[in-house]
Write a protein that binds this ligand. Structure first.
Ligand code: ADE
Length: 433
């Protein structure tokens, strides 16, 4: 284990990695309940999607751990599942089988881009300033997920967002959990985040704020979605523009998350990011998981920003991801137990990590607005449109345009132009979707 994962070389131990893996899993586990509820709006069997979600997350996280040796959990992504259910099937009228076919093809294209040098060239086109913007934006994205799921921030017809009901017991538990985690982590207590999550879970159950759902249940059948993808139907029905959007969002969602979380873990120190062997392998793991996931019956799998919580808990190697994988497998049998951890308990962990990741903005050269403005825009758009890929899109487009207008075109990488143009085309044809 030590030799395979190079634990001591990364300054980690088996114990730390296990704690990190449990921490990341707990912050991601909501997806095994949320994904079936979103995808079943297309007519997919929600029990089968539950199993497909657990298996896709387990396989993706295992490949990430064993092949890339990075501490990053994978699962079907939010945003990507909504695009699948509400846009491709709901609004455009494709069948869910054809949509799965499109996910499969998008995974193969992503794999092709990763295996050839194209993906590396695309990553090289992300300016250094924007990389800080990505990490900070991911922090703020975690922040809004936490603030919303805990009820601290709620929607408002007048101002879009507003303060929630701070007398709600669940919301108060989140706030208490945040203070517990910050205090424990400041005192360098091992497993601070995990302790915080568990303390709030127990308190929520004791106070009757959330229910204890039981421990075990047998997994349902995956047959209704297994190998149901319709690849030829997808091609035949002219779904190419859907595939293009999927590839664009998958590549930049994954790249953004991987760069942001790996930067936080100190895994991107050597050399430029685009030549980092870990990143190449991580993206191969990502694209493989997308393809496998579509065969099982779920929308695109991606690297999870919530992994930043395990990194904060000390996770530095693939062993963390392998622990996440094992827990997703177990979750098929322990769904009631996993469901007993309420959002109120994981929100404080995500909120704490959010506060840490925004620090990346300090790396910016604030004297040069042609660098700072696109980076800040990248960061702001991520939480406010609930999408990492949208943040990158705004960053790329504004970077290119601002450099053009200020006579600094020579500083713009060719890949930046191409990606900016692709995103403009995407927005022109798909609007906000
Ligand atoms: N699409 C996504 N990208 C990264 N992390 C996520 N966590 C949940 N959905 C995600």
């Amino acid at each position: 284990m030590e030799r395979y994962f190079k634990l001591s070389q990364h300054g980690s131990t088996v114990r730390t990695e296990v704690i990190a893996g449990i921490t990341t899993f707990l912050t991601m586990a909501y997806i095994i309940f949320v994904n079936p509820s979103i995808l079943s709006t297309t007519g997919m069997d929600s029990n089968a999607v539950f199993v497909a979600t657990c298996l896709a997350a387990a396989i993706g996280s295992a490949v990430m751990g064993l092949w890339a040796n990075w501490p990053i959990g994978m699962a079907p992504g939010m945003g990507l599942n909504a695009f699948f259910a509400f846009t491709v099937v709901g609004a455009m009228g494709f069948t869910w089988q054809q949509a799965l076919g499109a996910v499969f093809i998008s995974g193969l294209i992503f794999l092709f881009l990763s295996a050839t040098g194209i993906r590396r060239w695309l990553v090289a086109g992300i300016p250094v300033s924007m990389r800080s913007g990505v990490a900070a934006g991911i922090g703020m994205f975690l922040g809004i997920i936490a603030l919303q799921s805990s009820g601290i921030v709620v929607d408002s017809p007048a101002t879009l967002v507003t303060l929630g009901d701070l007398t709600n017991p669940g919301t108060l538990l989140t706030i208490a959990g945040f203070f517990i985690i910050v205090a424990l982590d400041a005192m360098r207590v091992t497993g601070a985040i995990l302790i915080g999550i568990l303390v709030i879970t127990v308190a929520a159950i004791l106070l009757g704020v959330s229910q204890f759902g039981g421990i075990m249940s047998m997994p349902p059948s995956i047959a209704p979605t297994l190998l149901q993808l319709d690849v030829w139907g997808a091609i035949g029905f002219g779904i190419f523009h859907v595939i293009l959007v999927m590839v664009l969002v998958e590549v930049f969602d994954a790249t953004g998350t991987l760069i942001g979380v790996a930067k936080r873990a100190g895994l991107l120190k050597e050399g430029p990011a685009h030549t980092n062997p870990g990143l190449s392998r991580a993206l191969m793991a990502d694209s493989t998981a997308i393809t496998v996931g579509s065969m099982l019956g779920t929308s695109s799998t991606t690297a999870y920003v919530e992994s930043a919580s395990g990194v904060q808990a000390g996770g530095r190697t693939g062993l963390t991801a392998l622990v996440v994988a094992v827990l997703f497998l177990l979750a098929m049998f322990f769904a009631p137990l996993a469901g007993s951890v309420p959002a109120y308990a994981t929100a404080p962990a995500l909120l704490y990590v959010a506060t840490l990741m925004v620090r990346e903005l300090a790396e910016l050269d604030w004297e040069d607005v042609t660098e700072a403005a696109p980076a800040v825009l990248t960061a702001l758009i991520m939480p406010l449109t609930y999408s990492i890929a949208n943040g990158l899109a705004f960053g790329f487009i504004s970077y290119a345009v601002i450099k053009l207008l200020t006579g600094k075109v020579s500083q713009v990488h060719a890949a930046t132009w191409i990606v900016a143009a692709l995103f403009v085309i995407k927005f022109a044809f798909f609007g906000g979707h």
